[in-house]
Design a protein around this ligand. Structure first.
Ligand code: SAM
Length: 671
């Protein structure tokens, strides 16, 4: 685990919204906060208020109609509440924006509604039923952090759960129009602080507009101090006057102070992107880019899912540190993201299964570690909870001697088929070929293949696991190959059915088509992909250590447990020294050595030079054996950056994934 400084708010469950339902004159009901003693909206004039205050005051119909940028139009909101404003903005976008335009919504919420309250609230608006259904279906668990939802092929919503000021300070992205909502300043003074307006200003595009329902002095003063010009405009319904505002010249972005090397490269137009490697990392980047309208060539020396992602079945699971760190935050975000991503990609669960994962504590040390993890995090039990041996046995459907952690949202997937499905995304063309060399060309990259052919692309993403360091530009990236072998056993009749993925040191998945998959071995620096008997033996021993009663049942039912006759598959995965994936722009290692040489003499002397990168070159690699949890989110990180969109993770987590982090660490270490 990495010891990188963790500046984020505590990781855990958020306090839920507390509501009651107020009868209104028309006999309907409207949600009301019992904590703030204020309404979320009024049924009588709530829609008119949203349309007037937030949509029209930001001039959205005209701005949407005129939107010709390839990047999405970005709306930022404080206080998601019931999502009514967001759904109205989406409807306005659908009504006015040209076909090729995209909308990106960023909304912060400290006290998220439960799914039941959200459903009840939004039932007030039958004409929004379909968009409400999609929002509710993807509504995240109340876990602090960023949750990306795909409302529509053209509309993305990032829910930033936490305090508005904290979330906006951590936002890696810029906004075109602000919905400054939240309960009235008199009822919710903590939110309407100068720091909030400063964070908004720092995350604004030049010319960003804002609208808010309140004309309170604290808001006017705060906005002005942060650089927003405001004016009163006529309100509607209960509000006689409201505020409109604009920021012509927002302050520069102070976020990378102290870590200038992580400053992202300036956005650069891209139409054609080559993705090298069609495992989960590459195929998910390819699909993410194609969904945004780019032409993608997905290059693989064999075929989609032929390497480390080629197993028929793999676990969607994470192992989180007892004490919060950036890596654990990333993996938890990745797990929650992958779950939502899989549900959107394949609602019928033909490529995955929401089986849940039990992480057993076989020894006392692991038991104590898990107890500490639960104590430190207080995550919703719908995400992870401690279970006894009895409960674990009931959930798994087989006798289990020790308890552990139950991850309800985890499960298993069919990585090979997943790669094939992603590679078949419209806009992705698969091409067989082995990339050998990369060279910058006039306005992009030239990829030279082993057969001598050349391919031109505006930008390139390298996603070739342990081979990702074969190019001149990536040669200094520390990557370790790790051989892994899984074993496969045809189940005889009469064996109890396993319902959950079970992890301890190894893992075993519920049987798929009558075949049990378990493993995997861990062979650092071993690149042999031949299947070997010794590894089957090791996998069997591990399975027996984890589930002795189940293995006894297998024997009793006549399963052939002889390693010499066992079926399996071996592949090479890649790991970074700190076990966090690399996802982001490829640093120009020579430039970094020169620009940051001072760090090797004195780590406190941080030069101001922003990181220099190989323009238009990206990498997603080092996913180890947890690619199902990490690769899809890393794909969003890369696609969002290429397309100049808000990032799907808080900025320190984006930086935590940066492929240049080890260069800096090594420079500091030579001190
Ligand atoms: N925009 C919402 C809609 O369309 O339904 C209505 C917003 S409601 C009036 C105000 C919201 O602000 C509530 O959901 C409340 O929980 C949230 N809120 C209050 N204080 C907050 C804070 N400090 N940070 C983030 N959200 C906050």
């Amino acid at each position: 685990m990495t010891a990188a400084h963790d500046p984020l708010p505590p990781l855990g469950a958020l306090e839920p919204a507390r509501l009651d339902w107020r009868r209104e004159a028309d006999g309907g009901e409207a949600p009301h906060s019992t904590v703030f003693d204020d309404v979320y909206f009024s049924r009588h004039d709530g829609r008119a208020e949203t349309e007037h205050v937030f949509i029209d005051t930001n001039r959205l119909p005209a701005r949407f109609a005129a939107w010709r940028e390839t990047r999405p139009f970005v709306i930022g909101e404080t206080g998601t509440g019931t999502g009514l404003n967001l759904l109205c903005a989406w409807a306005c976008f659908d009504a006015h924006a040209p076909e090729a335009a995209r909308l990106h919504l960023v909304s912060t919420e400290k006290y998220p509604l439960s799914r039941a309250d959200l459903t009840r609230s939004l039932s007030a608006w039958p004409d929004l039923a379909e968009s409400a259904r999609r929002l509710i279906a993807q509504w995240p668990e109340p876990v602090a952090g960023v949750h990306r939802l795909w409302l529509d092929p053209r509309v993305t919503l990032d829910l930033h759960l936490g305090d508005s000021t904290d979330c906006l300070r951590l936002l890696d992205g810029r906004v075109d129009a602000w919905f400054l909502d939240g309960f009235a300043p008199s009822r919710n003074p903590e939110m309407w602080q100068p720091e909030l307006f400063e964070a908004m200003a720092a995350r604004s595009r030049p010319g960003a507009t804002l609208a808010t329902f309140t004309c309170a002095g604290v808001v006017k003063r705060g906005l002005a101090a942060a650089g927003f010009a405001w004016r009163k405009v006529p309100g509607t319904g209960r509000k006689r006057e409201i505020l409109a505002g604009e920021i012509a010249d927002p302050p520069g972005d102070p976020r990378r102070e102290g870590t200038p090397w992580f400053s992202p490269p300036s956005p650069r137009p891209a139409q054609r992107v080559a993705v090298i490697g069609a495992g989960l990392a590459g195929a998910s980047v390819a699909a993410a880019l194609a969904r945004r309208g780019l032409e993608v060539t997905l290059l693989d020396r064999a075929a989609p899912g032929a390497g480390g992602s080629g197993n028929a079945q793999g676990g969607l699971y994470v192992k989180l540190a007892a004490d919060t760190n950036l890596q654990s935050r990333f993996y938890l975000a990745g797990l929650l993201h992958s779950r939502r991503w899989l549900e959107t990609l394949d609602p019928g669960q033909t490529l995955w299964r929401a089986s849940g994962v039990l992480q057993l504590a076989l020894g006392d040390r692991e038991h104590a570690r898990q107890a500490r993890f639960l104590d430190n995090h207080r995550l919703p039990t719908s995400v992870v909870r401690g279970v006894s041996a009895t409960e674990a046995s009931r959930l798994a459907g087989v006798p289990i001697a020790r308890g552990g952690l139950d991850y309800l949202l985890a499960g298993w997937a069919r990585p090979e088929m997943l790669c094939e499905r992603l590679a078949a995304t419209s806009g992705v063309s698969v091409r067989q070929g082995e990339a050998e060399r990369l060279a910058p060309s006039e306005d992009g990259w030239r990829v030279t293949l082993a057969d001598g052919e050349q391919l031109l692309a505006d930008q390139v993403v390298i996603a070739t696991a342990a081979l990702a360091d074969r190019f001149d530009q990536t040669a200094s990236l520390p990557l370790q190959p790790v051989r892994g072998q899984v074993s496969r056993l045809v189940l005889p009749e009469g064996v109890p059915t396993l319902h959950r993925v079970i992890c301890a040191t190894g893992y075993v998945s519920p049987a798929l088509d009558g075949v049990l998959t378990f493993g995997a071995t861990f062979g650092p620096n071993d690149t042999d992909t031949g299947v070997c008997e010794a590894d089957h033996g090791a996998n069997l021993a591990e399975l027996e250590r984890t589930l002795p009663a189940y293995v006894a049942a297998l024997r009793a039912a006549g399963a052939d447990l002889d390693p010499a006759r066992m079926d399996g598959r071996a592949a090479v995965r890649a790991a970074s020294p700190d076990k966090t994936p690399y996802a982001g722009p490829v640093p120009d290692a020579d430039a970094w050595q020169a620009d940051y040489a001072a760090l090797s003499r004195d780590a406190t002397r941080v030069p101001e030079t922003p990181g220099r990168h190989h323009t238009g070159l990206w990498i997603s690699a080092a996913h180890g054996s947890r690619g199902l949890a990490s690769a899809p989110l890393c794909a969003e990180v890369i696609a969002s950056r290429i397309c100049d969109e808000p990032m799907p993770l808080a900025q320190p987590l984006v930086d935590h994934l940066h492929p240049g982090r080890r260069l800096i660490r090594d420079l500091i270490r030579t001190q």
